[in-house]
Design a protein around this ligand. Structure first.
Ligand SMILES: C[S@@+](CC[C@H](N)C(=O)[O-])C[C@H]1O[C@@H](n2cnc3c(N)ncnc32)[C@H](O)[C@@H]1O
Length: 411
């Protein structure tokens, strides 16, 4: 073996650790990325369940071409050896329920390993049909996709629309996992900041055709006249005009015809439009909220070197870097949103709804009303974080008395 090959050989103990983590309990995913001659080669492996049997699914990306293959546990162990014995500079990220391991092998063959603190995550082994059974395949969506311009005349998803196609699929999947449709006769949704209405129209079809709800009404709201006009045109072409109703309006001033709203959704509604959607969900007493936030600028004005109190001082090294500050503020904004929804009686989960490789805007707040509002746990957490950063999130201001009456008891 040449010196060049040997220097990329991983330490025996490290290989052993990776094997134990991948083949043991709690394995979630391993991804190795290699760049060679300007091309990217990536292999990702994760556990799946096929017909009740544990398997491993490998996704190989060879300079943009993706191939997926499922392996038995034994075959996956062989595949893992190939990953471990790969030569060349590379990055490896391993996720298990107990934590993450990052390995960077430099061009000179140095191995830089870091491990996260011990975690207690739940490793979900997804049924295999998650891969194949896309919500947009659960009903005849071909015309819908064509009319929306997601697919071309031959029915093929356009390359430029692949991201949108994936987002709509994942959003609908979340709808399917969230909405309890048994015995539900009528269901009203407001899509806040509906834009070109890909999601609004797909949602309308999905609720009727897959969840089999008889009387579905979906309102798409956007302040842009051009998108509303085109959405109305598409709804008419799809014979959905009575069920998918589009209004040119600010979310703040929109009043749903009929009053009752069961679910509020928002997909990448800009900045505080997400907060407005959450506030409306509270005011309309919606049972469900699915919201994937977009850009968030509000806290960036308040948090940063020299801008705020204690928090900013402790984090000054981080906050000086604008990218890190931006991400930190995004995380804080979404944390505040989730906590406020919990205080107001919504069971709230923060989940990734599409791969973070597809878009950095892949966080989704999934809420269902149903717990007693004003509980001390979420209030305590919220106040501690808010007061640490010395900020008042816009959603708190927006909700005014609805929230302050709970907070005041603890101040
Ligand atoms: C990034 S686009 C997302 C569109 C769509 N939800 C999607 O994911 O394809 C955000 C949309 O929200 C709309 N929007 C932002 N703030 C709004 C507000 N306060 N009221 C109504 N519409 C708003 C914008 O006009 C834009 O069409």
């Amino acid at each position: 073996m040449s010196f060049r090959m040997e220097r990329f050989e991983l330490d025996v103990a490290l290989k052993e650790e990776i094997r134990a983590r991948v083949l043991g309990e709690g394995f979630m995913k391993i991804v190795q990325t290699l760049r060679r001659g300007g091309k990217v080669f990536r292999i990702a492996m994760r556990p799946v369940e096929i017909g009740g049997e544990r398997k491993f699914q490998a996704e190989m990306t060879d300079d943009g071409r993706v191939m997926v293959k499922n392996f038995s546990v034994d075959a996956a162990a062989d595949g893992l050896e190939e990953i471990l014995n790969q030569k060349g500079a590379r990055d490896l990220h391993l996720m298990t329920s107990k934590g993450d391991l990052h390995l960077r092998v430099t061009k000179k063959g140095r191995q830089l390993v870091s491990r996260s603190a011990e975690m207690d995550r739940v490793a979900v082994v997804r049924p295999h049909d998650r891969v194949k059974k896309l919500p947009l395949n659960e009903f005849d969506s071909s015309i819908l996709l064509r009319v929306c311009g997601i697919s071309d005349g031959t029915g093929k998803v356009r390359a430029s629309m692949r991201g949108k196609y994936d987002q709509v699929n994942e959003f609908l999947r979340a709808v399917g996992e969230t909405v309890k449709a048994d015995g539900v006769e009528s269901f009203t949704v407001v899509d806040c900041g509906c834009g070109k209405a890909y999601l609004t129209l797909a949602l309308c079809c999905y609720l009727s055709e897959v969840l089999k709800i008889k009387a579905v009404k979906v309102f798409g709201v956007d302040r842009r006249a051009d998108v509303i006009a085109s959405a109305r045109d598409m709804a008419a072409r799809l014979d959905l005009a009575e069920r998918a109703i589009f209004e040119e309006s600010d979310i703040a001033t929109f009043v749903p015809d009929g009053g009752k709203v069961d679910m509020v959704v928002s997909l990448h509604a800009c900045d505080t439009a997400t907060d407005e959607a959450l506030a409306k969900a509270v005011e309309w007493k919606a049972r469900y909220v699915l919201s994937a936030p977009c850009c968030q600028h509000e806290l960036q004005k308040a948090i940063g070197p020299g801008k705020s109190g204690e928090g900013s001082a402790v984090f000054s090294g981080l906050l000086r870097q604008s990218i890190l500050r931006e991400r930190m503020c995004d995380i804080l904004t979404d944390s505040f949103r989730a906590m406020i929804m919990r205080i107001l009686g919504f069971r709230t989960q923060v989940v990734e709804f599409v791969s973070h490789e597809a878009t950095a805007r892949n966080i989704m707040l999934r809420c269902e009303y149903g717990v007693k509002p004003g509980q001390s746990g979420p209030i305590g957490e919220y106040l501690a974080l808010r007061d640490y950063w010395k900020v008042v999130p816009w959603l708190e201001t927006r909700l005014g008395d609805k929230l302050s009456r709970y907070l005041e008891r603890y101040l």
